[in-house]
Design a protein around this ligand. Structure first.
Ligand code: ZN
Length: 282
């Protein structure tokens, strides 16, 4: 097993023990020097769940908390669940199941309320929300923003961070303001699948060299992720589970030691309140 001499956190990936590689992906991550994971629940429909009420999201969350417990046993550090409702669900509800946008938003908020219970009980670290990354009607856009603002209200109650799935952009200052209006500091909002620079929330940078070089050179707080989807039908859709440790090795070789400490120790502490050094086995 590789030891890179630093905690190595993948801030956003999925594990599907039933259909995908599951714990074998964790073993690959660990072998290359990975130590910590934030595991985000898969979109509900990928697990065959078509919710009618908030409680129907529970099996989706249970799948994630169970695989996270097993992953923690394999890692020299640990894994944490990040739970929520994928913003793409609104299109499935409106376009395929006949919901109007407000009804769809209500159901998605109810799902977030269930996710919040896990955070409240200490069984999840943070919430996941956002809005579609593709063009939608004005009504669907407005309803999606309402769902995201509900997630910020929950984050305020729970004193936790929120990961967002959004359109590709380098400016989410308006969204960060919605969080701050609810007393959630902008840095506790994380844009997943980010480029190397972002105004507003904390970027969780996709671990491609070009994006990482921009983030490392800027020196602002950032995280690193793969968005590994663990879906056998989409093998090349995203980066694999070995990518973050490989890119950490490369950053260290390039002399970006400060960026590695930033993305794997300082920013995780600042955003989530986690200590990736203390949770590492001696
Ligand atoms: Zn994802």
């Amino acid at each position: 097993m590789e030891d890179l001499g630093t905690p190595v956190l993948d801030n956003h990936l999925h594990l599907d023990p039933e259909h995908g590689r599951g714990l074998d992906a964790v073993r690959d991550f660990r072998r290359l020097g990975g130590t910590h994971l934030l595991v985000v629940n898969k979109p509900s429909w990928h697990l065959g769940v078509e919710p009618e009420a908030g409680d129907d999201f529970r099996p989706v969350f249970e799948t994630t908390t169970e695989v996270v417990a097993a992953a923690s046993d394999l890692l020299p550090g640990r894994a944490w669940p990040v739970l929520g409702v994928h913003p793409g669900l609104i299109s499935r509800l409106v376009d395929e199941r006949g919901f109007d946008p407000d009804e769809a938003a209500d159901l998605m908020c109810a799902g977030l309320d269930r996710a919040a219970e896990y955070v409240r009980d200490g069984d999840a670290l943070a919430l996941k929300s956002g809005r579609p990354h593709y063009d939608v009607s004005e009504a669907v856009w407005a309803a999606s923003n309402d769902v995201m603002r509900h997630a910020f209200s929950l984050a305020n109650e729970l004193d936790c961070a929120v990961q967002l799935h959004t359109e590709a952009t380098e400016d989410l200052t308006e969204v960060a303001e919605w969080a701050e209006e609810r007393d959630v500091p902008a840095h506790r909002v994380v844009k997943h699948y980010a480029g190397g620079r972002l105004a507003g929330p904390t970027p969780s940078v996709m671990s491609e060299k070009e994006r990482l070089e921009i983030a490392a050179a800027a020196g602002d707080p950032f995280l690193m992720e793969t968005d590994f989807v663990d879906d056998p039908d989409r093998p090349g859709a995203v980066l694999g589970p070995k990518t973050v440790p490989r890119r950490v090795r490369w950053l260290l070789e390039e002399g970006y030691d400060d960026a590695v400490a930033n993305a794997h120790v300082e920013t995780p502490a600042r955003v989530y309140g986690i200590d990736t050094e203390a949770t590492l086995e001696a």
